[in-house]
Design a protein around this ligand. Structure first.
Ligand SMILES: Nc1ncnc2c1ncn2[C@@H]1O[C@H](COP(=O)(O)OP(=O)(O)OP(=O)(O)O)[C@@H](O)[C@H]1O
Ligand SMILES: [Mg+2]
Length: 359
């Protein structure tokens, strides 16, 4: 995606505003079927305010953290794939009449010029043709158009270069997540209408796909940082202590009830925001769309009983995404934390790494 050619054997690097995650996987074949093996994993929390509202403010801190992850986890490869998201990234679904390849590319870029809310010269544009679920007589092609602002990409690639790594490919968080689901839950992806909700620190990505075909993307400007800020105000605690409270660490007498109430209110707000997206999807196109399965991921999805809260609110089966469900991994080689507490934070990076896994 995003104009940079596909290569094999790249290390997936998810530069989140809270933590950087790294994963290197290889692709193997057995009995004619492909599978993936984890070679390397890494995770490091960033200093607060190193990335603010999707912009790297402290390039040196991000670069140092990347270097540290590679050194500590003995990742020797230098070529990486990163991903971007947020309001500098626009994803649009287009429907165009079937036509020759070159003509199609021209039409898509014409559409891009006219429908992207940024000057065309300031964006990198790419597209993918979606598989059509309709009858063979169908004349239209469904296209996903992706445009990312060049300054956003430069902001991230600068930090990667400063860490002495080569950003060989740029992806978008939501496609990486779709990839992670396709590999780990192929039966659900191909048969059901699913919604993936990636609850990060500054952003919540919402993706809806019908039987494997993406239909709707939303990046909501809310996440764990907002929860922590609200908790910090309500409980009169510093940011770090408020975060501990959010993670369920024991609290002084008297604060526990207050913390539960504040968290509950934040969760209600989150569910309301998600509900608006669901209503928009369910009423679109005049058809009766229905979501059948919800996958939660991202650090905030670790909040106690969050899947149950989603099930209560929407009456839809909800679970935490396990990005290693169908991936072979020698668990003796890695800290178990990657598969327990941190598992939900590895959705994007596993999706990136599988896409660019080497043999
Ligand atoms: N056990 C936990 N319970 C509740 N919240 C948690 C827990 N662990 C982490 N978080 C929160 O999850 C967020 C980090 O999640 P994640 O790593 O997915 O974000 P990110 O990818 O760095 O951010 P973004 O993509 O929004 O830039 C933080 O706000 C953190 O406080
Ligand atoms: Mg993230």
């Amino acid at each position: 995606m995003l104009g940079i050619g596909r290569q094999n054997q790249l290390v997936g690097l998810d530069v989140g505003s809270y933590a950087i995650k790294a994963a290197e996987l290889s692709r193997k074949t057995k009995g004619g079927a492909d599978f993936f093996v984890v070679n390397k994993l890494g995770y490091e929390i960033l200093p607060r305010d190193a990335i603010v509202e999707g912009t790297i403010m402290d390039t040196a801190a991000v670069a140092e953290t990347i270097k540290m992850i590679f050194e500590e986890n003995k990742i020797s490869a230098k070529n990486v794939v990163i991903s971007v998201s947020g309001n500098s990234v626009i994803i649009k679904k287009l429907s165009l009449p079937a036509m020759e390849k070159e003509e199609l590319a021209e039409s898509i870029f014409w559409e891009a010029k006219h429908s992207i809310p940024y000057p065309y010269e300031e964006t990198n544009v790419d597209y993918a043709i979606l598989p059509s679920p309709l009858s063979p007589g169908q004349q239209n092609l469904d296209i996903l158009l992706v445009a990312a602002k060049k300054d956003k990409i430069a902001n991230y690639t600068n930090a990667i270069h400063q860490a002495n790594k080569n950003p060989e490919a740029i992806e978008v968080d939501v496609f990486a997540l779709l990839n992670a689901i396709e590999i780990n839950y192929p039966e659900v992806m191909s048969e059901k209408n699913i919604c993936i909700i990636n609850l990060g620190a500054s952003l919540t990505n919402v993706i809806i796909a019908e039987k494997g075909i993406p239909q709707l993307f939303r990046d909501l400007p809310l996440g764990g940082s907002l929860f922590t800020e609200n908790l910090s105000k309500e409980l009169n605690l510093g940011f770090d202590d408020a975060e501990k409270a959010m993670k369920g660490f024991p609290l002084e007498n008297g604060l526990l009830d207050k913390s539960k109430t504040a968290l509950n209110l934040n969760i209600q707000n989150l569910l309301e925001e998600i509900s608006k997206t669901f209503s928009f999807y369910e009423s679109a196109d005049g058809k009766e769309n229905k979501i059948e399965s919800i996958f939660l991921c991202g650090g905030l999805s670790n909040l106690s009983e969050l899947p149950a809260r989603f099930e209560q609110k929407f009456s839809i089966e909800s679970k935490i995404l396990n990005p290693f469900r169908k991936i072979t991994c020698d668990k003796k080689k890695f800290d178990s934390i990657y598969f327990d507490e941190l598992g939900a934070q590895f959705g994007v990076v596993v999706g990136l790494a599988t896409r660019y896994a080497g043999k």
